[in-house]
Design a protein around this ligand. Structure first.
Ligand code: KIV
Ligand code: ZN
Length: 390
């Protein structure tokens, strides 16, 4: 059966760029946007045009550059924001305005000091106004994660009637449990009149480490767009990581869902974003971290050398990583040492390996990692000191 498509909405250049210290200039944003377009992203959220002249310029330049993806600009439910976004997007082949308003009791009371009905009115006004500029209008119900489902359904229904093409259901504070977030999406699918005319979108934050799990729960319950960022960067603890959702769908064909993303670009794009933003990726980050395909314990190394799939569920080449790494430490065994030595041109007999291994362990205990120059030294010492090499 043909896998159903999940659209990837990348917000590295908007939510990702909100990270303190990660500000990008227009030239850097263009480099990343070109790559996102090349790798198959469906929608690029290029910025928040009303926020600054620099962001306006970036959205405008990205609109001219991007060939395949829709280009999206964020706005509040404010006329001026919408006008400025429409102006910034005017060169885009596929422009999208992303407008919305807070819908949780906390937002309604403390941010807007208003009522639910007034919030619905403002949403309708914003969407209708955005529709006078572009056909494709995405509505976000900010803090939907903590919004009562009945009210969320009412505002979603009103948004559809006003012409929204996509409904974004953000878990803005990263609060929801996956079951809860999935149930929210299902509730909307089952209770909102006209829901079949629009695409539901998951926008999940990582405050409790559940951004990816929540997005997956969302699509398993009927959402067909995921909002995400490269390396999972974004406000506070970040957003759903693009590379994670792409690979989850690829590695689990029984979900029968797929994306347009070419995974070969994932590793290099992660490096590109880390470099341009000056934000290093944690080594244990799934898919793209330096240790994602590195093996350091003897048991695992022995397994991977015999058959890669014993300890790897992804072929590193699929995501653009050249090969798995066998890291030599005091936890490594003879198999790993022989493997590395062979790669460096040393073919060892069993007896020779035994003696080199003793030398290796005394090196390894004194260091975090044994590198190639250490191996040469270990070989020299072993040759000098041991009859196995005579
Ligand atoms: O997290 C959020 O709610 C957002 C919206 C502005 C879409 O980023
Ligand atoms: Zn967000």
């Amino acid at each position: 059966m043909n896998a159903e498509k999940v659209e990837i909405f990348d917000t590295t250049l908007r939510d990702g760029e909100q990270v303190p210290g990660c500000k990008l200039n227009t030239r850097q944003k263009l480099i990343i946007a070109r790559r996102l377009d090349e790798m198959g992203v469906d929608v690029i959220e290029a910025g928040f045009p009303v926020s600054s002249p620099g962001d306006f310029q970036s959205v405008s330049e990205i609109s001219k550059l991007v060939k395949n993806a829709a280009v999206c600009g964020l706005t509040r439910a404010v006329k001026k924001d919408i006008e400025v976004a429409a102006e910034a997007l005017k060169y885009a082949k596929y422009p999208r305005i992303h407008t919305g308003i807070g819908t949780s009791p906390l937002h309604i009371k403390h941010k807007f000091n208003t009522t639910e009905n007034k919030i619905i009115e403002r949403a309708i006004e914003a969407i209708s106004y955005a529709k006078t500029f572009v056909e494709d209008v995405e509505f976000y119900a900010e803090d939907a994660g903590r919004t009562d489902n009945e009210f969320l359904a009412r505002i979603c229904e009103a948004a559809i009637k006003a012409g929204a093409t996509v409904l974004n259901i953000p878990d803005t504070t990263g609060y929801c449990l996956p079951e809860e977030y999935g149930a929210k999406i299902r509730f909307l699918k089952e209770h909102v009149t006209g829901i079949e005319k629009v695409r539901l979108s998951c926008h999940c934050h990582n405050d409790l480490g559940m951004a990816t799990a929540n997005a997956i729960a969302g699509i398993r319950n009927g959402a067909r767009q995921i909002e995400c960022t490269i390396n999972g960067i974004g406000e506070r603890a970040g957003n759903t990581a693009l590379e994670e959702v792409v690979m989850i769908l690829r590695q689990h064909p029984t979900l029968n869902l797929s994306t347009n993303i070419n995974p070969k670009y994932l590793y290099d794009t992660s490096l590109m974003v880390a470099r341009e933003m000056g934000m290093m990726v944690q080594p244990n980050k799934s898919i793209v971290g330096a240790n994602a395909f590195a093996h350091s314990s003897g048991i695992h190394q022995d397994g991977v050398i015999k058959h890669r799939e014993t300890y790897e569920i992804i072929n590193p080449e699929d995501v653009g990583v050249t090969e798995s790494a066998i890291i030599l430490t005091a936890r490594s065994g003879r198999a790993a040492l022989a493997y590395r030595a062979k790669k460096m041109g040393y073919e060892l007999t069993k007896l020779q390996l035994d003696s080199v291994y003793i030398e290796f362990l005394s090196f390894a205990d004194a260091r975090k990692e044994v590198v190639d120059t250490d191996i040469h030294q270990i070989m020299e010492l072993s040759k000098k000191n041991n009859r196995a090499f005579a």
